[in-house]
Design a protein. Sequence first.
Length: 83
Amino acid sequence: MIDHGFCVSLYVTDPNGLILEFVVDHPDVAKIDAEKRTTAHADLARWLAGDHTSNNHWRCPLAPGARPARPRSLALSPKRGRQ
């Protein structure tokens, strides 16, 4: 499970190897959407100019030296007898 700040995602792998993502939006998703719509152009310009600091202040900050989590697939066991 990954907390992206604006949503929480659960990644799983089905028996056929297909990776699925289940997402639950943040309770304030409408407020977050409205804010991001007003800052999108400025955020992109800042990023393209080389400032790659996060604009996602809903995500919990990482501890010093920590790396962001990567999605992990959770292998599900295929049904017995299935080939």
